[in-house]
Ligand binder design. Structure first.
Ligand SMILES: CSCCC(=O)/C(O)=C/O
Ligand SMILES: [Fe+2]
Ligand code: NI
Length: 184
């Protein structure tokens, strides 16, 4: 189940809100310009499945969303817990950064943890299969796939380099919970 926790950015031990209720997650995130929707990822895809398999399984959805929302490129992040590069892949987005376009991700398998830092609040969102999240460009955040990553996400871009992260150099991400499935 997807879950949102909200913290003050100087108090990582005390959640001000903790909810798995979809409408509450969407409305709380809507206040900071983030779109959160629960869709139906109806094609069975295994974590670690190759990009081509994911793209062809979801081709109709991808074409529709891209036409509706003006995306020009998509790719897939697909990783299974035994991936030999899992530590390196986990490290890629583990520190606070932002992107120069909206971050739009559709989870079609598994789960991962996005944490957004907006003003003096921290929004921790566990995204699971079926979740679509769109984070506005410039929003500082980090993403943890955990020590045994297991997810498939389709990423939508306006520009081919839209995935590039610009790192802020802060250590805030080290102060908030990392993704330990089942431990929270
Ligand atoms: C959930 S897709 C992989 C992570 C990613 O693309 C990103 O930008 C994290 O901040
Ligand atoms: Fe990102
Ligand atoms: Ni990012």
């Amino acid at each position: 189940m997807s879950r949102l926790r909200i913290f003050a950015d100087d108090a990582p031990d005390t959640a001000l809100l903790d909810t798995s209720e979809g409408d509450t997650i969407a409305s709380e995130l809507g206040k900071i310009g983030v779109t959160f929707e629960r869709w139906q990822a109806s094609r069975p895809i295994a974590a670690g499945a190759p990009q081509d398999e994911v793209l062809s399984a979801y081709r109709e959805d991808i074409d529709r969303i891209s036409a509706e929302r003006g995306f020009t490129a998509v790719d897939v992040v697909s990783i299974a817990p035994d991936n030999p590069k899992r530590e390196q892949m986990r490290a890629t987005f583990l520190d606070e950064h932002f992107h120069k376009e909206d971050e739009v991700r559709f989870f079609v398998a598994g789960s991962g943890l996005f944490t957004l830092h907006v003003d003096d609040r921290v929004y921790e969102i566990e995204c699971v299969k079926d979740d679509l999240i769109a984070v506005p460009d410039g929003t500082t955040h980090w993403f943890d796939m955990g020590p045994e990553p297991e997810f498939v996400a389709i990423r939508f871009f306006q520009q081919p380099d839209g995935w590039i992260g610009h790192f802020t150099g802060t250590d805030i991400a080290t102060k908030f919970p990392r993704y330990e499935k089942g431990a929270r």
